[in-house]
Design a protein around this ligand. Structure first.
Ligand code: PMV
Length: 359
């Protein structure tokens, strides 16, 4: 499978150049937790691509006079040299070199900025890794103009995955599936594909407000968390459940069954955290305010009949999902009743979006 992403002949013809991509974050509805080498998921996942939370990356490249044994790159975040990003990008370059043989021929300057505060606890790996993968694809395209659009995006997603698994779902919108599933045509473990099943219009402009509960560094990284699924006592059942949940969510999208949507999405979030709490060693990424918010959301739903629900990433922050027609009432509820559970009362309004774009 990977063979199709190894260019047959590619001449590093460009002397120098500059490309910029803006790529969004995404939020999984059916979660990916557990992987095999190299960055292949143990189960299928599906996510909403977001809009407002994004990374913009400019890649400036210049032919090297002499090709050395190492990659040549510098990384800047918001204009400042970012030495601590280098190891992750070094690993990424090592993983993608087979597919982008020209990267050793160039010196790169990687300038990146996020639309959300760096210390917000929002994972920037999905938006960041997909933005850089797209920039590299644009360089490949300059050397080979025959690349089809489909190949371009598929390979961009494939490369993003090698940077950070969930990043492969950020290239396209609005709903993206990653991981082979027997009932999803063209789905693959190697890259994300846009979900082409029937989706009630209701879900196309879904809202996501991210409550920033804790802005600190996570005590346990996703990499460590994924690895703890090896030998996890509930792993096999979990992976099977996720495959079944993909079938269920397909039906939910078709029928516009919002109550079942809420039940599935909240259960997926709590299951993800249950896997963490039952790993060896066990860990908890939720904070007490995460639980406070969840209880307030349930109370609000009970007392108003609202369709507001929550989901969680691998962290303490809460993503609040709701239909567009509830925007005003839900946002009033958030600022009046939930903001006090957030660090510095901060939250970010976002919504479902179409995916990355070249600037
Ligand atoms: O892409 P990673 O390795 O950071 O893993 C992210 C996993 C979750 O965000 C918890 C779930 C998901 O499917 O995005």
């Amino acid at each position: 499978m990977e063979q199709k992403f190894i260019p047959k002949s590619l001449v590093a013809s460009q002397e120098s150049g500059k490309v910029t991509w803006q790529s969004p974050s995404n939020i999984a509805l059916v979660k990916y937790w557990g992987k095999k080498n190299p960055q292949l998921p143990e189960n299928t996942s599906i996510s909403f691509t977001l809009s407002n939370c994004h990374t913009t990356t400019t890649l400036t490249y210049r032919k090297r006079k002499e090709i050395g044994p190492t990659f040549d790159f510098e990384v800047f975040l918001e204009g400042k040299v970012q030495e601590d990003f280098k190891p992750k990008i070094q690993t990424f370059f090592e993983r993608v070199e087979r597919y982008l043989p020209f990267i050793r021929d160039y010196s790169f300057m990687i300038e990146t900025e996020n639309s959300f505060p760096h210390s917000s606890g929002i994972a920037s790996s999905a938006s960041g890794m997909s933005a850089i993968a797209l920039c590299l694809m644009s360089i490949e395209k300059e050397m080979n103009n025959d690349l089809s659009e489909e190949y371009f995006y598929q390979k961009a997603s494939f490369l993003s995955r090698l940077g950070s698994g969930s990043a492969c779902r950020s290239v396209k919108g609005n709903l993206v599936v990653w991981g082979a599933h027997q009932n999803i045509e063209n789905s693959s473990d190697f890259y994300g594909v846009p979900y082409l099943g029937k989706v009630a219009p209701f879900f196309e402009n879904y809202q996501d407000t991210i409550l920033l509960i804790d802005k600190g560094e996570k005590q346990v990284s996703s990499t460590v968390g994924h690895n703890l699924m090896h030998g996890h006592p509930f792993a096999a059942q979990r992976f099977e459940q996720a495959q079944e949940n993909i079938d269920r969510i397909k039906g939910i999208f078709e029928r516009s069954d919002i109550d079942q949507f809420i039940a599935l999405v909240e259960s997926e979030a709590l299951t993800l955290h249950a896997m963490m709490m039952t790993s060896q060693p066990y860990f908890i990424l939720m904070k007490s305010n995460t639980l406070e918010v969840i209880n307030r959301v349930w109370e609000y739903r009970r007392s108003t009949g609202s369709k507001l629900c929550f989901t969680l990433d691998a962290g303490a922050n809460v993503h609040l999902l709701y239909p567009e027609h509830e925007k005003e009432t839900v946002r009033t509820f958030i600022s009046s009743k939930l903001a006090s559970y957030c660090k510095d009362k901060s939250f970010i309004h976002d919504c479902v979006g179409p995916g990355a774009k070249q600037l």
